[in-house]
Design a protein around this ligand. Structure first.
Ligand SMILES: Cc1ncc(COP(=O)(O)O)c(C=O)c1O
Length: 373
C-alpha cells in the first residue's frame, strides 16, 4: 500500500521509534515516579528526557511545563475547559478542528462566549483585527486547506492586546518551523509529524498559566496531601503514564531533529508541489486552500467536478493508495472552503513518504479522473 494519509497519523514510523517502543516494553517496566528502584527511576528519566527533547525541538524554555497527554484532543480539552470560565469570551478561526469546537460548544452551555475572529482570505485570524477576548484559539495549520498560521505576527498582535494565544499545532509540530516565543498555550500530538506512536500528545503552558485539571489522582508526588499537587507537570499527569509511547515519542522527536524541521518542510513542499502541479493540469479538479505550496502544510484537499469525493477516494483505495475523504473532523474548515457537507479527498505526504510513491499516486489519480466521466 502507498500511504498518503499522514495528516491523520504518520506512517511508516522511523525504525528507531519502533525499536524504542519495543525496548521500553522490555526494559522500562518500572512505574515512573512511583518508586525509588532502578526501573522506576529509569522510566522517570526517560519521560523527563522526552520533555527536554520536545522543548528543544519546539523552542520552549521550560520542559517541566510540557504535560503529556494521550493526543492533541486531550491537551485541547485540558486547556479550554481548564482555563475558560463563565463570562469569558474566546475567539476562533474559521478552520478549527472538532477537538477545539466541540469542547467550546459544551463550554457555551456554562456561559463561555465563542466568537469568530475576523479572518484573512485563508480563514485564519487577521492580526490587525484581534478582538477583545480572553483567548484566541487557533490552528497552526488547517487539516482541511493546509493554510499555515504566522504564529509570530499573531502572537505579537495578541500580546499587544493582552489576549491569550492558544495554538493547536496538531498539523504543524515537527513539519513546519514556527515561532513559539509569543504563544501562551501550545498543544500538539505525537503521532503525526513528530513521528511517534499513537496515544501520545502534549500541551505546554507558559509560566503563570495553569488550568484546573479535570483528571486527578495519584502522581507519586505529595502523597501525604489530599489534594492534587499544584505544580506542573504532576498536576496534569495523574495515573500511570504511557512510558512506551512517550519513549517512542522521544525517538520520533530525535528523528525529526536529525532530519531537521526545515529539511522535512522542504521535502514536503516538493511533494505537495508535485501533486498540486498534477491537479492543475486536470480541468475538472478543484484544490482548496492557498495556491502557493509554501503557504500550506503537507496536505491537499481536492474534488473532481461531477464526481462524489467518496467515489474518487474509493477508486484510489482500490488501487492501493490510502487517502482520507469526507469532513476530516473539521466541518468548519469545509464550510469555509465551500465543501460542506460532502467534504473532499485529502492526500497528505509526510516526512517518510518516498517521491516515487507520490509519482505512482499521480499516475493512478490521472487514470481515475479520466475514467470518472
Ligand atoms: C488541526 C487538528 N487539531 C487536532 C487534531 C486532533 O489530534 P488527535 O487526534 O491527535 O487528538 C487533529 C487531528 O487530525 C488536527 O488535524
Amino acid at each position: 500500500m502507498i500511504y498518503l494519509d499522514n495528516a491523520a497519523s504518520s506512517f511508516p514510523k522511523p525504525r528507531p521509534v519502533i525499536k524504542a517502543v519495543t525496548r521500553a516494553l522490555g526494559t522500562l517496566w518500572g512505574n515512573p515516579g512511583r518508586a525509588g528502584h532502578k526501573k522506576a527511576m529509569a522510566a522517570m528519566r526517560m519521560i523527563y528526557e522526552t520533555r527536554v527533547a520536545l522543548a528543544g525541538l519546539l523552542g520552549l524554555t521550560d520542559p517541566e511545563r510540557i504535560i503529556f497527554t494521550k493526543n492533541a484532543t486531550e491537551g485541547l480539552n485540558i486547556a479550554l475547559k481548564g482555563l475558560l470560565k463563565s463570562g469569558d469570551t474566546v475567539a476562533i478561526s474559521r478552520l478549527e478542528h472538532n477537538s477545539v469546537t466541540r469542547p467550546l460548544n459544551t463550554l457555551k452551555q456554562s456561559g463561555v462566549k465563542v466568537v469568530y475572529a475576523p479572518v484573512d482570505e485563508y480563514g485564519l485570524p487577521d492580526p490587525s483585527k484581534i478582538p477583545d477576548v480572553k483567548m484566541l484559539a487557533v490552528t497552526g495549520a488547517s487539516n482541511v486547506t493546509g493554510a499555515i498560521l504566522d504564529t509570530k505576527t499573531i502572537g505579537e498582535a495578541c500580546a499587544k492586546k493582552g489576549v491569550l494565544l492558544l495554538v493547536d499545532a496538531a498539523q504543524s509540530a515537527g513539519s513546519i518551523p514556527f515561532d513559539t516565543s509569543r504563544i501562551d498555550i501550545l498543544v500538539g500530538t505525537g503521532h503525526k509529524a513528530l513521528l511517534g506512536p499513537q496515544g501520545t500528545g502534549f500541551a505546554w503552558f507558559r509560566e503563570g498559566i495553569t488550568p484546573e485539571p479535570f483528571i486527578e489522582g495519584g502522581t507519586g508526588s505529595n502523597s501525604e496531601s489530599d489534594m492534587t499537587p499544584p505544580f506542573l507537570p504532576d498536576k496534569f499527569e495523574a495515573g500511570t503514564m504511557n512510558t512506551p509511547g512517550i519513549t517512542g515519542l522521544k525517538a520520533g522527536v530525535e528523528h525529526v531533529r536529525r532530519l531537521t524541521v526545515q529539511g522535512v518542510r522542504e521535502k514536503e513542499i516538493s511533494l505537495v508541489t508535485l501533486i498540486m502541479d498534477a491537479l492543475s493540469n486536470e480541468p475538472r479538479a478543484t484544490v482548496y486552500g492557498p495556491a502557493d505550496p509554501a503557504r500550506r502544510g503537507s496536505l491537499i484537499s481536492f474534488n473532481i467536478a461531477g464526481s462524489d469525493p467518496a467515489q474518487i477516494a474509493t477508486a484510489i483505495d482500490r488501487r492501493g493508495v490510502a487517502v482520507r475523504v469526507g469532513l476530516h473532523c473539521a466541518p468548519e474548515g469545509h464550510k469555509f472552503a465551500g465543501t460542506f457537507p460532502q467534504g473532499a479527498v485529502r492526500v497528505s505526504p509526510g516526512a517518510m513518504t518516498r517521491r516515487k510513491d507520490v509519482e505512482t499516486f499521480i499516475r493512478i489519480l490521472r487514470r481515475i479522473i479520466k475514467d470518472a466521466k
